[in-house]
Design a protein around this ligand. Structure first.
Ligand code: AMP
Ligand code: GLY
Length: 407
């Protein structure tokens, strides 16, 4: 099968890498570090299956446009992608579906928003309604910071139109889990669970980012736990979407927190997690292309299978990420990193330098995935490879998967 992957990040590199085990893959637009990248728009590429990676083209209706000309597409239409495009709408769907989630209010008025903030406990959570590249969520114990966020979101100063409506949520605490469910419109199957590290700094310090690392499997997420999360969260959500006439064929990424009162869904995304994809997909032992094509055709078949080992990925980011990443620095050591046993480097924010070497071109520049029989061994390999890579100002966390949840 010829598969077209749409996107240009580490997630798309991982998709292309794992799809490439069984299929011909073309990536658009990709980046200079992903083999098979072409500048041709997806509408003009011939493919038996198109897999859309990022949320923005999904929200903008790319899947609908491709389906309208008869293409087989993995990724929801604009109607389903609204789950990620509007947090306020997502919360409505969750409440309708009876899925446990944080208490919340939706606001476009400052006075009402600040009054609601005063009803919150010690932890304030303010989210843009619209897309903000994973950066529109503030979780803080500092009320002044929360008030400033409410003002700068609503005025449009912080995130433009994405923040003119915002969601304030009850602050929850507990370990998090990401479940990536492959959906065919009426049924869903979970991939191996992963845990993401959202804060920039070691010890979960610093601002929220798109994700600074991840690992899979997660000890606390046993088969029984994942089964009940599918039954209590993912399946009712899919049914609620169907009830709204939405035929959801794509990934439903369920971000959960295990709170003292039980699991709560924090968010849905309509795409594979990044960097979760870089640890979940490499562990797949069955054919990813067949799985995604079956979901896209509306008839999921045999369950996907995973190896018994572990994978850990570490994000290497530019100085200044997540606010104002410095770019244009030459990246050294990629070949040496790729030679570490069990390691794959997935490139994201990279460009081509004058001598064809890769240079930094974004915030999250690359993710280094180590695989091994245990999380500890996979982690060791990933960090051994990270130590080979350098550019001025390169940043990464040093504690990814250092203490897997539930161990
Ligand atoms: P989201 O994009 O909505 O998942 O939020 C990004 C991150 O912010 C989550 O992974 C959590 O770490 C944190 N977060 C989101 N919502 C809450 C909440 N209600 N309480 C505590 N932390 C939260
Ligand atoms: N790693 C979090 C996300 O993909 O949204």
């Amino acid at each position: 099968m010829r598969v077209c992957v749409v996107g240009s990040g580490g997630r798309e590199h991982a998709l292309a890498h794992v799809l490439g085990r069984h299929h011909d893959v073309v990536v658009t637009p990709g980046n200079p570090g992903i083999e098979g990248s072409v500048p041709t728009p997806p509408e003009e590429l011939e493919a038996d299956l198109t897999v859309i990676g990022p949320e923005a083209p999904l929200v903008a209706g790319l899947a609908d446009r491709l389906r309208s000309v008869g293409r087989l597409v993995f990724g929801p239409g604009a109607d389903g992608a609204r789950l990620e495009g509007s947090k306020a709408w997502m919360k409505d769907v969750l409440v309708d579906a009876g899925v446990p989630t944080a208490g919340h209010g939706t606001f476009d008025d400052e006075v009402a928003a600040l009054a609601y903030l005063d009803t919150m406990g010690d932890l304030f959570v303010v989210k843009t309604d619209g897309l903000a590249a994973g950066k529109g969520v503030l979780v803080t114990t500092d009320r002044t910071e929360a008030v400033d966020a409410v003002r700068s979101y609503l005025s449009g100063d912080a995130f433009g139109d994405a923040g003119r409506t915002l969601v304030i949520e009850e602050g929850l605490t507990g370990p998090e889990l990401s479940i990536l469910a492959i959906c065919d419109g009426s049924t869903a199957v979970a991939l191996a669970p992963a845990q993401d590290f959202k804060r920039f700094g070691d010890g979960d310090d610093g601002p929220n980012t798109g994700g600074m690392g991840a690992y899979s499997p997660v000890p606390v997420a046993t088969e029984a736990v994942v089964g009940s999360l599918m039954a209590e969260a993912v399946e009712p959500t899919l049914a609620a979407l169907r009830g709204r006439g939405i035929d959801y064929r794509g990934v439903l990424y369920c971000g959960l927190m295990f709170t003292p009162s039980g699991p709560r869904v924090l968010e849905y995304n309509v795409r594979f997690g990044d960097p979760e994809a870089q640890v979940v997909l490499p562990r797949l032992t069955s054919d990813l292309g067949e799985l995604l094509a079956a979901a896209a055709a509306g008839r999921l078949g045999p369950e996907p299978t995973f190896d018994d080992g572990a994978a850990v990925t570490v994000v290497c980011a530019s100085e200044g990420y997540p606010t104002s990443p410095r770019t244009g620095d030459r990246i050294w050591g990629l070949d040496a990193a790729a030679q570490v046993a069990g390691v794959t480097v997935f490139v994201a924010g990279v460009g081509a330098g004058s001598d064809c070497a890769l240079v930094t071109a974004g915030g999250r520049v690359l993710t280094v995935t180590g695989r091994g029989p245990t999380v500890d061994e996979a982690r060791h390999r990933a960090y051994e490879a990270v130590a080979e890579i350098s550019w001025p100002g390169m940043c990464h966390r040093t504690d990814i998967a250092a203490a897997p949840t539930g161990d």
